[in-house]
Design a protein around this ligand. Structure first.
Ligand SMILES: C[S@@+](CC[C@H](N)C(=O)[O-])C[C@H]1O[C@@H](n2cnc3c(N)ncnc32)[C@H](O)[C@@H]1O
Ligand SMILES: Nc1nc2[nH]cc(C(=O)O)c2c(=O)[nH]1
Ligand code: SF4
Ligand SMILES: [Mg+2]
Length: 254
Protein backbone atom coordinates (compact mmCIF):
# COMPACT_ATOMS: atom_id res chain seq x y z
CA UNK A 1 0.00 0.00 0.00
CA UNK A 2 1.31 3.42 -0.98
CA UNK A 3 1.69 5.93 1.84
CA UNK A 4 2.69 9.56 1.88
CA UNK A 5 4.80 11.68 4.21
CA UNK A 6 2.88 14.88 4.73
CA UNK A 7 3.36 18.18 6.54
CA UNK A 8 -0.18 19.51 6.63
CA UNK A 9 -3.62 19.71 5.05
CA UNK A 10 -5.68 22.88 5.25
CA UNK A 11 -8.43 24.77 3.44
CA UNK A 12 -7.61 28.35 2.44
CA UNK A 13 -7.55 30.77 -0.46
CA UNK A 14 -4.83 30.36 -3.03
CA UNK A 15 -2.60 33.30 -2.16
CA UNK A 16 -0.17 33.26 -5.11
CA UNK A 17 -0.13 33.49 -8.89
CA UNK A 18 -1.63 36.95 -9.37
CA UNK A 19 -3.67 37.37 -12.52
CA UNK A 20 -1.56 35.50 -15.08
CA UNK A 21 -3.39 32.93 -17.17
CA UNK A 22 -3.61 29.58 -15.38
CA UNK A 23 -3.45 31.21 -11.94
CA UNK A 24 -5.95 30.21 -9.25
CA UNK A 25 -5.24 33.25 -7.10
CA UNK A 26 -8.11 33.98 -4.72
CA UNK A 27 -9.76 30.63 -5.33
CA UNK A 28 -10.66 28.34 -2.53
CA UNK A 29 -8.32 25.37 -2.32
CA UNK A 30 -7.59 22.47 -0.06
CA UNK A 31 -3.82 22.33 0.27
CA UNK A 32 -1.99 19.04 0.69
CA UNK A 33 1.57 19.85 1.72
CA UNK A 34 4.02 17.01 1.15
CA UNK A 35 7.11 16.74 3.34
CA UNK A 36 10.58 16.53 1.80
CA UNK A 37 12.47 18.46 -0.84
CA UNK A 38 15.71 17.90 -2.75
CA UNK A 39 16.37 21.65 -3.22
CA UNK A 40 17.43 24.23 -0.64
CA UNK A 41 16.11 27.63 -1.70
CA UNK A 42 17.74 30.11 0.68
CA UNK A 43 14.42 31.91 1.28
CA UNK A 44 12.13 28.86 1.48
CA UNK A 45 9.24 29.57 3.85
CA UNK A 46 8.60 25.84 4.31
CA UNK A 47 12.08 24.91 5.61
CA UNK A 48 10.61 23.06 8.58
CA UNK A 49 9.20 20.50 6.16
CA UNK A 50 12.00 19.94 3.67
CA UNK A 51 13.78 17.15 5.56
CA UNK A 52 11.05 14.48 5.45
CA UNK A 53 12.80 12.32 8.07
CA UNK A 54 12.23 15.11 10.60
CA UNK A 55 8.52 15.47 9.88
CA UNK A 56 7.18 12.83 12.25
CA UNK A 57 3.64 14.17 12.35
CA UNK A 58 1.38 16.04 9.98
CA UNK A 59 -1.35 18.43 10.96
CA UNK A 60 -4.88 19.23 9.85
CA UNK A 61 -6.32 22.68 10.37
CA UNK A 62 -9.65 21.39 11.60
CA UNK A 63 -11.62 24.58 10.78
CA UNK A 64 -10.38 26.94 8.07
CA UNK A 65 -8.45 29.93 9.51
CA UNK A 66 -8.89 28.66 13.09
CA UNK A 67 -5.22 27.76 13.74
CA UNK A 68 -6.63 24.77 15.59
CA UNK A 69 -4.75 21.67 14.56
CA UNK A 70 -5.17 17.96 14.86
CA UNK A 71 -1.99 15.90 14.53
CA UNK A 72 -1.45 12.53 12.84
CA UNK A 73 1.54 10.23 12.55
CA UNK A 74 3.53 9.93 9.33
CA UNK A 75 3.31 8.19 6.93
CA UNK A 76 -0.34 8.74 6.08
CA UNK A 77 -2.46 6.26 4.18
CA UNK A 78 -4.22 7.45 1.05
CA UNK A 79 -7.64 6.60 2.51
CA UNK A 80 -6.87 8.75 5.52
CA UNK A 81 -5.85 11.68 3.29
CA UNK A 82 -8.98 11.40 1.12
CA UNK A 83 -11.17 11.31 4.23
CA UNK A 84 -9.50 14.43 5.63
CA UNK A 85 -9.85 16.28 2.32
CA UNK A 86 -13.54 15.42 2.13
CA UNK A 87 -14.03 16.50 5.74
CA UNK A 88 -12.48 19.92 4.95
CA UNK A 89 -14.59 20.52 1.84
CA UNK A 90 -16.50 23.79 2.30
CA UNK A 91 -18.45 23.30 -0.93
CA UNK A 92 -16.71 26.20 -2.68
CA UNK A 93 -13.40 24.48 -3.39
CA UNK A 94 -11.95 25.31 -6.82
CA UNK A 95 -9.17 22.73 -6.75
CA UNK A 96 -6.79 20.70 -4.65
CA UNK A 97 -3.30 22.19 -4.32
CA UNK A 98 -0.48 19.68 -4.09
CA UNK A 99 2.50 21.51 -2.63
CA UNK A 100 5.35 20.98 -0.23
CA UNK A 101 8.20 20.49 0.07
CA UNK A 102 8.22 18.95 -3.35
CA UNK A 103 5.15 16.81 -4.10
CA UNK A 104 6.65 15.08 -7.15
CA UNK A 105 9.30 13.39 -4.97
CA UNK A 106 6.53 11.08 -3.71
CA UNK A 107 5.32 10.37 -7.19
CA UNK A 108 3.43 7.13 -6.47
CA UNK A 109 1.41 8.66 -3.65
CA UNK A 110 0.92 11.93 -5.52
CA UNK A 111 -0.36 10.14 -8.60
CA UNK A 112 -2.76 7.97 -6.61
CA UNK A 113 -4.13 10.98 -4.71
CA UNK A 114 -4.56 13.06 -7.85
CA UNK A 115 -6.40 10.18 -9.50
CA UNK A 116 -8.74 9.55 -6.57
CA UNK A 117 -9.51 13.21 -5.91
CA UNK A 118 -10.22 13.76 -9.59
CA UNK A 119 -12.60 10.80 -9.50
CA UNK A 120 -14.59 12.42 -6.69
CA UNK A 121 -14.85 15.62 -8.73
CA UNK A 122 -11.99 17.94 -7.75
CA UNK A 123 -9.62 19.68 -10.16
CA UNK A 124 -5.92 19.21 -9.46
CA UNK A 125 -3.51 22.13 -9.02
CA UNK A 126 0.16 21.13 -8.88
CA UNK A 127 2.67 23.45 -7.21
CA UNK A 128 6.15 22.21 -8.14
CA UNK A 129 9.76 23.19 -8.77
CA UNK A 130 9.52 21.07 -11.91
CA UNK A 131 13.04 19.73 -11.53
CA UNK A 132 11.97 16.17 -12.32
CA UNK A 133 10.40 16.04 -15.81
CA UNK A 134 10.34 12.23 -15.54
CA UNK A 135 7.98 12.50 -12.54
CA UNK A 136 5.95 15.30 -14.11
CA UNK A 137 5.33 12.98 -17.05
CA UNK A 138 3.64 10.53 -14.62
CA UNK A 139 1.04 13.05 -13.41
CA UNK A 140 0.68 15.47 -16.35
CA UNK A 141 -2.55 13.82 -17.56
CA UNK A 142 -4.07 14.25 -14.08
CA UNK A 143 -3.04 17.91 -13.75
CA UNK A 144 -5.60 20.63 -14.49
CA UNK A 145 -3.42 23.54 -13.35
CA UNK A 146 0.29 23.82 -12.65
CA UNK A 147 2.43 26.51 -11.12
CA UNK A 148 6.02 25.64 -11.98
CA UNK A 149 8.79 27.57 -10.26
CA UNK A 150 11.79 28.74 -12.22
CA UNK A 151 14.50 28.88 -9.58
CA UNK A 152 16.54 32.03 -9.95
CA UNK A 153 20.30 31.85 -9.42
CA UNK A 154 19.83 34.00 -6.30
CA UNK A 155 17.69 31.26 -4.69
CA UNK A 156 20.88 29.15 -4.44
CA UNK A 157 18.60 26.11 -4.63
CA UNK A 158 21.26 23.78 -6.04
CA UNK A 159 24.80 23.78 -7.46
CA UNK A 160 23.78 23.11 -11.03
CA UNK A 161 21.27 25.94 -11.32
CA UNK A 162 21.28 26.26 -15.12
CA UNK A 163 20.47 22.61 -15.72
CA UNK A 164 17.68 22.85 -13.11
CA UNK A 165 16.13 25.72 -15.08
CA UNK A 166 16.25 23.66 -18.27
CA UNK A 167 14.51 20.75 -16.53
CA UNK A 168 11.85 23.11 -15.19
CA UNK A 169 11.20 24.32 -18.74
CA UNK A 170 10.96 20.71 -19.93
CA UNK A 171 8.38 20.03 -17.20
CA UNK A 172 6.32 23.01 -18.37
CA UNK A 173 6.46 21.65 -21.92
CA UNK A 174 5.24 18.22 -20.76
CA UNK A 175 2.36 19.71 -18.73
CA UNK A 176 1.31 21.95 -21.60
CA UNK A 177 1.45 19.02 -23.99
CA UNK A 178 -0.93 17.10 -21.71
CA UNK A 179 -3.40 20.01 -21.74
CA UNK A 180 -2.78 21.51 -18.29
CA UNK A 181 -3.08 25.26 -17.68
CA UNK A 182 0.46 26.17 -16.73
CA UNK A 183 2.32 29.26 -15.65
CA UNK A 184 5.88 29.77 -14.47
CA UNK A 185 6.62 31.48 -11.17
CA UNK A 186 9.89 33.30 -10.59
CA UNK A 187 10.76 34.42 -7.09
CA UNK A 188 12.96 37.50 -7.42
CA UNK A 189 15.28 39.13 -4.90
CA UNK A 190 17.52 42.17 -4.76
CA UNK A 191 20.25 39.94 -6.21
CA UNK A 192 18.28 38.74 -9.27
CA UNK A 193 20.23 39.57 -12.44
CA UNK A 194 18.52 41.18 -15.42
CA UNK A 195 20.44 38.92 -17.80
CA UNK A 196 19.04 35.85 -16.03
CA UNK A 197 15.46 37.11 -16.31
CA UNK A 198 16.13 37.65 -20.00
CA UNK A 199 17.23 34.01 -20.28
CA UNK A 200 14.17 32.64 -18.46
CA UNK A 201 11.88 34.76 -20.63
CA UNK A 202 13.53 33.53 -23.83
CA UNK A 203 13.01 29.94 -22.65
CA UNK A 204 9.35 30.60 -21.77
CA UNK A 205 8.52 32.51 -24.94
CA UNK A 206 5.54 30.92 -26.69
CA UNK A 207 5.31 28.36 -23.89
CA UNK A 208 3.86 29.81 -20.68
CA UNK A 209 3.17 33.12 -18.94
CA UNK A 210 5.37 34.31 -16.08
CA UNK A 211 4.33 35.38 -12.59
CA UNK A 212 7.10 37.41 -10.94
CA UNK A 213 6.89 37.00 -7.18
CA UNK A 214 9.04 39.13 -4.87
CA UNK A 215 10.76 37.08 -2.17
CA UNK A 216 9.06 37.59 1.21
CA UNK A 217 9.87 39.55 3.22
CA UNK A 218 9.99 41.96 0.30
CA UNK A 219 13.19 43.93 0.01
CA UNK A 220 13.57 44.25 -3.75
CA UNK A 221 13.37 47.94 -4.69
CA UNK A 222 10.33 48.75 -6.85
CA UNK A 223 12.58 50.32 -9.52
CA UNK A 224 14.40 47.01 -9.85
CA UNK A 225 11.16 45.01 -9.88
CA UNK A 226 9.89 47.29 -12.63
CA UNK A 227 13.02 46.74 -14.72
CA UNK A 228 12.82 42.95 -14.40
CA UNK A 229 9.12 43.03 -15.26
CA UNK A 230 9.71 45.28 -18.25
CA UNK A 231 12.42 43.06 -19.67
CA UNK A 232 10.30 39.89 -19.23
CA UNK A 233 7.34 41.62 -20.83
CA UNK A 234 9.43 42.83 -23.78
CA UNK A 235 10.39 39.20 -24.54
CA UNK A 236 7.23 37.30 -23.54
CA UNK A 237 4.67 39.89 -24.59
CA UNK A 238 2.86 42.36 -22.35
CA UNK A 239 -0.10 40.01 -21.75
CA UNK A 240 2.13 37.21 -20.54
CA UNK A 241 3.75 38.70 -17.44
CA UNK A 242 2.27 39.64 -14.08
CA UNK A 243 3.23 40.22 -10.48
CA UNK A 244 2.36 37.75 -7.74
CA UNK A 245 2.44 38.39 -4.00
CA UNK A 246 1.98 35.90 -1.19
CA UNK A 247 -1.33 37.45 -0.15
CA UNK A 248 -2.09 34.76 2.46
CA UNK A 249 0.80 36.15 4.50
CA UNK A 250 -0.85 39.57 4.60
CA UNK A 251 -4.14 37.95 5.58
CA UNK A 252 -2.25 35.96 8.23
CA UNK A 253 -3.83 32.70 7.13
CA UNK A 254 -2.24 29.41 6.09
C1 LIG B 1 7.17 26.13 -0.55
S1 LIG B 1 7.08 25.97 -2.30
C2 LIG B 1 6.53 24.29 -2.53
C3 LIG B 1 6.44 23.86 -3.99
C4 LIG B 1 7.77 23.64 -4.73
N1 LIG B 1 8.74 23.02 -3.92
C5 LIG B 1 8.28 24.93 -5.29
O1 LIG B 1 9.25 25.49 -4.76
O2 LIG B 1 7.69 25.41 -6.26
C6 LIG B 1 5.58 26.86 -2.72
C7 LIG B 1 5.77 28.23 -3.33
O3 LIG B 1 6.18 29.14 -2.33
C8 LIG B 1 7.16 29.99 -2.87
N2 LIG B 1 7.95 30.58 -1.78
C9 LIG B 1 8.52 29.91 -0.76
N3 LIG B 1 9.15 30.75 0.08
C10 LIG B 1 8.97 32.00 -0.41
C11 LIG B 1 9.37 33.30 0.01
N4 LIG B 1 10.10 33.49 1.12
N5 LIG B 1 8.98 34.36 -0.72
C12 LIG B 1 8.23 34.19 -1.85
N6 LIG B 1 7.83 32.99 -2.30
C13 LIG B 1 8.19 31.90 -1.60
C14 LIG B 1 7.95 29.07 -3.76
O4 LIG B 1 8.74 29.78 -4.67
C15 LIG B 1 6.85 28.29 -4.42
O5 LIG B 1 6.35 28.99 -5.54
N1 LIG C 1 -2.92 30.40 1.07
C1 LIG C 1 -1.83 29.83 0.57
N2 LIG C 1 -1.58 29.94 -0.76
C2 LIG C 1 -0.47 29.31 -1.22
N3 LIG C 1 -0.05 29.24 -2.51
C3 LIG C 1 1.06 28.48 -2.56
C4 LIG C 1 1.36 28.04 -1.28
C5 LIG C 1 2.41 27.06 -1.01
O1 LIG C 1 3.02 27.07 0.04
O2 LIG C 1 2.61 26.23 -1.89
C6 LIG C 1 0.40 28.57 -0.42
C7 LIG C 1 0.14 28.51 0.98
O3 LIG C 1 0.89 27.95 1.79
N4 LIG C 1 -1.00 29.14 1.40
S1 SF4 D 1 11.92 23.88 -3.97
FE1 SF4 D 1 10.12 24.65 -2.86
S2 SF4 D 1 10.01 23.46 -0.95
FE2 SF4 D 1 12.02 23.06 -1.88
S3 SF4 D 1 13.38 24.45 -0.81
FE3 SF4 D 1 12.68 25.50 -2.69
S4 SF4 D 1 10.80 26.65 -2.11
FE4 SF4 D 1 11.26 25.19 -0.47
MG1 LIG E 1 3.65 28.75 1.06
Amino acid sequence: MVKVILAEIFNSWQGEGGSVEGSAFGRRQIFIRFAGCDLRCSWCDSKAFIDASKVKRWRIEVEPFSRKFEYRENPASLDEVIKVVLSLDTGDVHSISYTGGEPTLQIKGLKALMKELKEVGFDNFLETHGGFPEFIREVAHLTDYASVDIKDESAKATKDWRSLVLREIESIRILKGAGARVYAKLVVTQETKLENVRWYAELLKGLAPLAIQPREPIDIPMQKLMLLYNEASRILGRKNVGLSFQVHKYLKVL
